[in-house]
Write a protein that binds this ligand. Structure first.
Ligand code: GLC
Length: 537
């Protein structure tokens, strides 16, 4: 059993609590709305902490709740050291942290160091200042190319579609790897470093247990901003493999992570986990060297198909990527940027069956697991009408990419119709489907066969059968289309069948299965995973 977090930021001796933690990602806009404006908020989260305790997670990660014009729903930060009034205030934040700690859960907050909002006072000043001024030096501004400098400084495209450069009235261009409302900071400017350090200390002193670092492979840019080798298609999901992308993963980024780590090391038990969309295992491993990030999100499992061979490859790569760095691996099936797993695996009953099986796989692996809110309810991606879409990707792509809103629809808590207890108003910031009555938390708590009941039982068993977090994973021989592994001698065995036929179950007592097992035969049906006891394995 994991020890409870202390009330002052988890300083209780369990210093590297994250190594095998289950971290629950809260998309703040969509978790619980206490104010009745249709948007989730900090008091809403506080009111639902009992649920998270019941679910059995070790920590929560809050997506950005800082002051922001919300062009990218909070990933455009105008003041990184204050709470946006839409979500509450600093008192509400302190109250949330204190209560989470009392309930034994850590709190991780998002940090967005690659860019600010264009409404940040620095960018307002940069816009109003002259080319070459210190104000402009905090961002990446350049003269254009071609006649009158009317063409952008290089061929970089924005991740959200379109050009990565926008021209100011006086003719200079500024870089934004995301939307034009998110100008990239110039990490060659010492003021930028000093400001991030201030932000880190501000939240560390308020008791947060760690940071999720947005675009942790961004920030530093290659000298001279060379053209991209070939324009890479706009991405808002998983990056393609084996493509060199000059916009990201510049060598200088590692110095920034060393600075972050140094600050965190002055405190006890504080985590830095980076969002790292790099392709090679070697490149990934460099982010989690002993003096850099403690962990990085590895998205390979989420990118893999529901296919044993593909999954095994993803797992092997994720383990190889942390290699001998000493960092623990991380696993995630989804987050607010990717299509929800139920839909990715085929949707409908098939998608649910597969997502249930994958939940048992992820939770059996060594390292920590990040669970995106609503995954524990088996929420599907929602098909939203065009006029409801809010993700900047929709506009930026000229209405060719629908963006990420379908994964961000508010969480249904109880009741038969929208807003299902999420808010007092049915006019929620994204509309909630009318057929979610069976997916609410209340409905699923009652049902022993629900996705929520599976998660609760799995998290309980995971704690009971905790293996040393540095235990190596061992693969068992398995029939075609199947995989089976355990973490160490004392840990449970996980078996998965992605093939269309039932296969014999490995030895051991079945502790938990993702779907019904026949009474009269020891087999693992298709699209099913099972955990088996180690004793008789
Ligand atoms: C990260 C976030 C994503 C955001 C982007 C820009 O990828 O997860 O939601 O849009 O960074 O900050």
């Amino acid at each position: 059993m994991r020890r409870a977090a202390g009330t002052t930021g988890g300083d209780n001796g369990d210093h590297d609590w994250w190594r095998d933690a289950v971290v629950y990602q809260i998309y703040v806009r969509s978790f619980a709305d206490s104010s009745g404006d249709g948007v989730g908020d900090l008091d809403g989260i506080r009111g639902r902490l009992g649920y998270l305790e019941l679910l059995g997670v070790d920590a929560i990660w809050l997506t950005p709740f800082f002051r922001s014009p919300m062009a990218d729903h909070g990933y455009d930060v105008a003041d990184p050291r204050d709470v946006d009034p839409l979500f509450g205030d600093l008192n509400a934040f302190d109250g949330l942290v204190a209560e989470a700690h009392e309930r034994g859960m850590r709190v991780v907050v998002d940090l967005v160091p690659n860019h600010t909002s264009d409404a940040h006072e620095w960018f307002v000043a940069a816009r109003n200042a002259a080319p070459g001024s210190p104000e402009r030096d905090r961002y990446i501004l350049r003269d254009g190319t071609g006649p009158d400098g009317a063409a952008p400084p290089n061929n970089w495209t924005s991740i959200f579609g379109g050009n990565a450069w926008t021209r100011l009235d006086d003719g200079q261009w500024y870089l934004h790897l995301f939307s034009p409302e998110q100008p990239d900071l110039n990490w060659e400017n010492p003021e930028v470093w000093a400001d991030l350090e201030r932000t880190l200390r501000c939240w560390l002193d308020r008791g947060v247990d760690g940071f999720r670092i947005d675009v942790a492979h961004g920030m530093a840019k290659p000298p001279g901003l060379p053209d991209m080798v070939e324009p890479i298609e706009p991405q808002h999901g998983l990056l393609p493999d084996d493509v060199e992308d000059r916009r990201f993963d510049a060598e200088g980024v590692h110095d920034i992570h060393r600075m972050i780590r140094k600050v965190l090391d002055e405190y006890v038990g504080r985590l830095a986990v980076g969002e790292i969309w790099v392709t090679s295992d070697v490149a990934f491993g460099r982010y989690v060297r002993p003096d850099e990030l403690h962990q990085g999100f590895n998205f390979r499992l989420a990118a893999a198909d529901f296919d044993a061979a593909d999954l095994r490859r993803a797992i092997d790569h994720s383990l190889a990527a942390v290699g001998d760095t000493g960092a623990s691996p991380t696993w995630t099936l989804s987050n607010h940027d990717v299509v929800r797993e139920v839909t990715r695996y085929g949707g409908g009953e098939l998608g649910v069956r597969r997502a249930r099986a994958m939940t048992l796989v992820a939770l059996a692996l060594p390292g920590s697991v990040y669970v995106y809110n609503g995954a524990e309810l088996g929420l599907p991606q929602v098909e939203l009408p065009d006029d409801a879409l809010q993700d900047p990707v929709w506009e930026r792509s000229g209405h060719t990419e629908r963006g990420r809103d379908g994964a961000r629809v508010p969480v249904p808590w109880e009741g038969a119709e929208p807003p299902y207890g999420f808010s007092m108003t049915a006019a929620t910031w994204l509309p909630m489907p009318s057929d979610w009555a069976d997916l609410t938390v209340a409905a699923q708590l009652e049902d022993p066969d629900s996705m929520l009941s599976l998660y609760r039982r799995a998290l309980e068993l995971r704690r009971e059968h905790a293996a040393p977090d540095d235990a190596a994973l061992e693969w068992h021989g398995a029939p075609e289309g199947c995989l089976a592994f355990h973490r160490d001698a004392g840990s449970l065995v996980c078996a998965l069948n992605t093939s269309p036929v039932a296969v014999p179950l490995p030895p051991g007592d079945v502790l938990l299965a993702s779907g019904p097992l026949p009474d009269d035969e020891r087999v693992l049906p298709p699209e099913t995973a099972a955990w088996l006891s180690p004793a008789s394995a």
